[in-house]
Design a protein around this ligand. Sequence first.
Ligand code: KG4
Ligand code: ZN
Length: 340
Amino acid sequence: MSITILGIESSCDDTSAAVIKDGYLFSNIISGQKVHENYGGVVPELASRAHQQHIVPVVYQAFEESGINKESVDAVAFTRGPGLLGSLMVGSSFAKAFAVARDIPIIGVNHLQAHILAHFIRNPNKPEEEIPEFPFLCLLVSGGHTQLVKVNSYFDMQIIGQTIDDAAGEAFDKTGKIMGLPYPAGPVIDKYAKQGNPQAFKFTKPKIEGLNYSFSGLKTAILYFLRDKVKQDTDFIKNNFNDLCASIQHTIIQILMEKLILAAEQTGIKEVAIAGGVSANSEMKKKLQQEADQRNWKVHIPQLQYTMDNAGMIAITGYYKYQKQSFDSLNVVPEARFKY
Ligand code: KG4
Ligand code: ZN
């Protein structure tokens, strides 16, 4: 039996809709929100309003691009959480309305599980593309989360390490803000780091036991370091911009990689994946590949459109939940702090 899923993602500042048929992605429309750029982070109320504006056009575009009509959809999968409540409500209300109009089930999806299951999205033009084999390790690094996950099967995921304060994406965004960069700073730091020296400045790494992470100390260390340097030379940031970007990025990626290596050693797993917005980082991808070559890992690095927040990952999770007939009732509510 053929299964077609409409996916809706609206947990933060991207409005997205995707159509997946039998595990193959036919469209994945992502509409970002520029309104937050000057605020150093996402402003929840502005995000909810922008989702309201974008959701219908984004869904129409997803159908148009997929070549699949809305009458063929078997279920609507939407992000139930975690995320910003107002933003989640836009997506969940849309999903319910669509499902009622078509008399089809709804499927609430955990956004973090979806980031991981994005690895199982198949491309109709490249059906031979490899997908991870269970069990695998996934380093999930986004603007809101940093987790090391042992993925035993589609819905059996064990969090074996996580950040005790800031997420890795926040470490990029908050240090970027200190340097005067717009939100999100991660991609900008990545771009300028390419022309800088990663050894130019040294920042102490946190000493956290086991597989957990911490990034708030690094952010504070960078804040004080720059404050002192700018006192001596007001143009310090401008004159050392590329080196600062390279050194900050290098430190964050080193912190991420050390615990990932430890997790692989402790579990004995050699199948390793990355997921979430920060996995788009060029040094992250390079370091992961280097470690893989040295340690005989098989690595899975997702395409950019699947690492950032997107509805393709929601739709693929919905596809696997549909197979288990795991549906939600129409009075289900979004959860800002949704655990899996
Ligand atoms: O997964 P995502 O799109 O949204 C969340 O669920 O948070 O991740 C967004 C985060 C932001 O913090 C952004 O700065 C970071 O991913 N990011 C990057 C890069 N591209 C996005 N960080 C470092 N290097 C990049 N190239
Ligand atoms: Zn995300």
